[in-house]
Write a protein that binds this ligand. Structure first.
Ligand SMILES: Cc1cc2nc3c(=O)[nH]c(=O)nc-3n(C[C@H](O)[C@H](O)[C@H](O)COP(=O)(O)OP(=O)(O)OC[C@H]3O[C@@H](n4cnc5c(N)ncnc54)[C@H](O)[C@@H]3O)c2cc1C
Length: 416
């Protein structure tokens, strides 16, 4: 039987980050990852405030050395091809974080995992966690299998589920609760040789609208590659075919900006599809276990918040876990503040996602009505959630869009 302090399942941004930070604090950390890196992963567009986690990990300086495409703004394109005034991050933020990146996740995630390894984490790739070991309701470790099929068990004071959208604990315990409204389908692929905008806008993320609340993302990567995806309602996407390539080329015709840009390029590789879009777990922790990143919650990626929230939750979970391991008490209650704060951050992002899908809302309308709120809106779009009170922005958005009530789940179980 292997024994460790912290057992991290999954080596994506959440797992690598929480593992590295706990190892830095002197804990024994093991990380099991089912894939062999580098492996493909969607989610290439970072938010500016990812910089602070990368800096804490000692990696901010490496990003430009690797040569990832710099991203300085986000812009929106109407169906007839008109582009909004871009939100340039540097107009709002006088800090290196104002330039962020579009990353190939294969390389980016491998860099994060190597960093965890360098900090002393016992990383084992090609190793799948099959189940949790429990004493009563308390999680005491995991049951896993190597790529060669050899089974083994690990006993841990704390297990951190960072399994992404596979969400191992959530699925095994029926803890997944879908967002009542945000249930879209996404199809995405890659293009080579597509048109790129010049200068500052070369690396911009473009959100290009489709009819009936759908949209395209256009994420220029290094070299000549563009990550391109569609997010829309299931009935809209599958209205006349289920063939992803046919759907793709049909929808390109529905946005003039996308047609102009992708029209010059050539699609290559797979089409990927994801459903079951936005969800949150019933709870963020149970005794001996905490959920981090997408293994806890996933929010529609229209504002590229996924890696940022994975980083944020990993940092917060690492701080709470460090205290819990230090005190020898890793019951769920140790993660009460973690759950509270993380749900608050997710709700802040979730409101703006709901507004985006409201046909009566547009950023242009909001800014014309409340020009003074542009900096706050930009704070939200760059991930500056920590020190800001968004009540006035929420009230202003509420005048234009129907906003959701906060979800009443995701905290630690009551009475712990
Ligand atoms: C269509 C789409 C578009 C997106 N676009 C963006 C974007 O532009 N920007 C952005 O920031 N985010 C985006 N996201 C979200 C982003 O991909 C995720 O939020 C982010 O990857 C979460 O990181 P994570 O570490 O929690 O999970 P992941 O990155 O998914 O990592 C989980 C890891 O766990 C491993 N694992 C799973 N099960 C097991 C197991 N049983 N045993 C061992 N290992 C296991 C997996 O192999 C994986 O490596 C997008 C998501 C989707 C679906």
């Amino acid at each position: 039987m292997i024994k460790t302090d912290a057992m991290v399942i999954g080596g994506g941004p959440a797992g690598s980050t929480v593992a590295a930070l706990l190892a830095e604090k002197g804990h024994r950390v093991m990380l099991l990852e089912k894939a062999r890196f580098p492996r493909y992963h969607v989610g290439e567009s970072l938010m500016p405030f990812c910089w602070f986690t990368l800096d804490r990990l000692g990696l901010a300086g490496r990003m430009d050395e690797v040569g990832y495409q710099q991203k300085k703004s986000v812009q929106f394109a109407t169906t007839d091809g008109r582009i909004s005034a871009p939100f340039y991050f540097f107009q709002h933020l006088d800090h290196p974080a104002a330039t962020t990146w579009q990353v190939e996740r294969s390389e980016f995630d491998a860099m994060l995992l190597d960093n965890a390894r360098a900090k002393g984490v016992d990383v084992r790739e090609d190793t799948t966690v099959l189940d949790f070991v429990k004493q009563g309701e308390r999680v005491t470790g995991v049951r896993a299998r190597t790529g060669d099929g050899d089974p083994f068990e690990v006993e841990a004071a704390l297990t951190l589920d960072c399994t992404g959208r596979d969400a191992l604990f959530q699925r095994k315990h029926g803890w997944r609760r879908r967002d009542p409204k945000l249930n879209k389908v996404s199809i995405w692929t890659l293009f080579r040789g597509a048109k790129r905008d010049p200068g500052l806008d070369e690396g911009a993320t473009t959100i290009a609208y489709l009819p009936e609340g759908g949209w395209f993302w256009n994420i220029p990567l290094r070299g000549d590659i563009v990550s391109s995806g569609i997010v829309a309602e299931r009935d809209y996407l599958y209205r006349d075919t289920r063939d992803p390539a046919e759907i793709y080329f049909r929808e390109i015709e529905n946005n003039a900006w996308i047609k102009e840009h992708l029209g010059e390029g050539e699609q290559f590789g797979e089409y990927w599809v994801a459903g079951e879009y936005s969800y949150r777990a019933e709870h963020c922790a149970t005794d001996g276990l905490v959920l981090v990143g997408d293994a806890f919650a996933f929010l529609d990626p229209v504002f590229s918040s996924g890696v940022f929230l994975a980083f944020k939750s990993a940092e917060m979970a690492a701080d709470a876990a460090d205290a819990a391991l230090g005190s020898g008490d890793t019951r769920a209650v140790a993660f009460a503040d973690y759950g509270e704060k993380l749900c608050e951050h997710i709700e802040t992002m979730r409101r703006i996602v709901y507004a985006f899908y409201d046909p009566d809302f547009s950023f242009g309308k909001l800014i014309r009505k409340h020009p003074d709120l542009r900096p706050k809106l930009t704070d939200l779009l760059i991930g500056n959630l920590e020190e800001r009170d968004f009540a006035d922005l929420t009230r202003a958005i509420d005048e234009l869009a129907e906003l959701p009530e906060p979800l009443d789940y995701g905290r630690v179980p009551a009475g712990v």
